[in-house]
Ligand binder design. Structure first.
Ligand code: NOJ
Length: 538
């Protein structure tokens, strides 16, 4: 398939796949995954049924935050490969009908970026205004109460100039000052550079964070039950992030994205707690096309909680806007651990639901084999932010190497190289083994993606919740009817309306209703089924 043949809104009904490059496939035996490794994995992704990949940061970086501290926005990190590798990756993905999204980090740079090096050289330096500087408070301390991602002050004192600079993450990640028009011009040029090179779009890091309150007002205390999206170490980020001025940036970027055919895709990391705010990042169809839904991610794994977030999301989004469903990423616990406690039946149920909701699905590498979090001994920890943040779960646990096979290196790296993070249970659960087993979760996931592409590809399916017994989430999406039993007791639905297409209990063997639990409408514990809706009025 020609990668650009599927129409201008190719992400509608599509499946994106997040590759954390360092953990995907190591082609040169240094223990770190790389771009040639991504190229080597493309056939697998095409087999799985993926429409596009989002690559974790590819740009040069000192790696205090593994690429989320960029020192050159127009380059490729030498440890991951070369620009020629990236060009080759885009071309080869295109030959397989897949598009490539990069990760863009506009909230902050690395302190090693030439802009910041110059900015901190003197108060009157040319790039000083690219960053957020402020005088000390009256007592000599930080200018306000803002906290960084480690829970410490978000301000670091710069001895040379006698001012503090802002960093919402590590002190090696100074925040850019979006009140400065030159910063806009720099990023407009960065977008154009990559779009012209054939990059299909960006996942935008900290999309809710760009602008900061001009008066640097204190963030208020968080209210309500503590959760990762409502409480930032006890504060609500009302002034240190979430400012309305960021919408203007996305309108400008959307206009740039729309100058290409198909339009380039802007997918925001919108870490916000309420769905009205999430929806606001779509503007009037003129800002981000896609927004990550953290209220869904952090909902309990129950029919009531998940169906409730879905209904509220669909009600909140402006007409025609496309929702995004994802459940794992490199910052949070993987869903087979977080939602499913390592239970494979529940993980299949989660996959079934994720793949049949209307909009865009984003899988995280390993979701398709129900990969779980991995315990990381202190000496093997690599993530500075979560290691420094008291009480935060270690992000390394969800960043471990892809389990390709049962060999000692898991097929991830060559020879005796030591993987940069420890492998998990790859001897029991790996791609090669699951590919060979028709009843595996991997094969089930592939069946789901094939069904999804055939039914939803290029469109946002119409969704209606259907009545069901307590603990069962039943809905119609396009021509599919889904019933998912979120409980450890069997549930009865009555007669299923149409032919059974897929069941979590067993992969489909055809569309004739032969697979799964039969037509009687009994759902086993944690079982989900997909049937085709009967003709209207039947
Ligand atoms: C969100 C990214 O996903 C995370 O990994 C990173 O540490 C922060 N933004 C800062 O860039």
């Amino acid at each position: 398939m020609d990668a650009h043949a599927a129409g201008p809104r190719w992400w509608h009904g599509a499946t994106l796949y997040q590759i954390y490059i360092r953990s995907w496939l190591d082609s040169d035996g240094d223990g770190y995954g790389d771009l040639p490794g991504v190229i080597a994995g493309l056939d697998y992704l095409a087999w799985l049924g993926v429409d596009g990949v989002w690559l974790s940061p590819t740009m040069p970086s000192p790696d205090h935050d593994w690429g989320y501290d960029v020192s050159d926005y127009l380059g490729v990190h030498p440890q991951l490969g070369t620009m020629a590798d990236l060009d080759r990756l885009v071309a080869r993905a295109g030959q397989r009908g897949m598009r490539v999204l990069l990760d863009l980090v506009p909230n902050h740079t690395s302190s090693a970026h030439p802009w910041f090096v110059e900015a901190r050289s003197a108060r009157g330096s040319a790039h000083r205004s690219y960053y957020v500087w402020a005088d000390p408070a009256a007592d000599g301390g930080p200018p306000n109460n803002w906290l960084s991602a480690t829970g410490a002050s978000a301000w670091t004192f710069d001895d040379a100039s006698g001012q503090y600079y802002l960093h919402n993450f590590l002190d090696s990640q100074p925040d850019l000052n979006w009140w400065e028009p030159a910063v806009h011009a720099e990023f407009d040029a960065i977008l154009r550079f990559w779009f012209d090179r054939g990059i299909a779009g960006f996942r935008i890091d900290v999309a809710h964070g760009l602008y900061k309150d001009a008066a640097l007002r204190d963030d208020p205390s968080a209210t309500g039950p503590p959760s990762r999206i409502t409480s930032h170490f006890g504060l609500t980020q009302a002034y240190s992030a979430n400012r309305p001025e960021s919408h203007g940036v996305y309108r400008d970027w959307r206009a740039i994205a729309e100058t290409h055919a198909p339009p380039r895709l802007l997918l925001g990391e919108t870490w916000v707690a309420d769905l009205a705010t999430l929806a606001s990042y779509h503007g009037h169809g003129d800002e981000l096309q896609l927004t990550f839904n953290f209220p869904f991610i952090f909902a309990d794994f129950t029919a009531e909680a998940l169906s409730g977030v879905v209904a509220r999301t669909l009600a909140a989004l402006p007409a025609g806007e496309c929702p995004v469903w994802t459940a794992s990423n490199h910052d949070i616990s993987r869903f087979p651990t977080r939602w499913c406690g390592g239970d494979e039946a529940r993980a299949r149920l989660a996959l079934l639901v994720l793949a049949t909701l209307p909009g865009t699905l984003v899988l995280y590498y390993g979701d398709e084999v129900a990969m779980t979090d991995v315990d990381i001994p202190p000496a093997a920890r690599r993530d500075e932010i979560s290691t420094a943040a008291p009480g935060r779960r270690l992000r390394d646990r969800s960043r471990t190497p892809m389990p390709w096979d049962a060999s000692p290196s898991g097929g991830f790296t060559t020879g005796d190289a030591r993987p940069w993070l420890p492998l998990g249970d790859h001897a029991e659960r790996n791609v090669a083994g699951e590919r060979a087993d028709r009843s595996s979760t991997l094969r089930f996931c592939r069946d789901l993606l094939a069904l999804r592409r055939a039914e939803f590809g290029g469109a946002i399916a119409a969704y209606t919740q259907l009545p069901g017994p307590p603990g069962v989430w039943a809905y119609r999406a396009g021509d599919l009817v889904v019933a998912a039993n979120f409980g450890s007791e069997p549930a009865w639905l009555g007669e299923l309306a149409g032919p059974l297409l897929l069941s979590t209990a067993r992969a489909a063997e055809g569309a004739d209703g032969a697979a799964g639990p039969g037509r009687a409408g009994r759902l086993g514990p944690w079982e989900g089924v997909i049937t085709r809706a009967g003709p209207p009025g039947r």
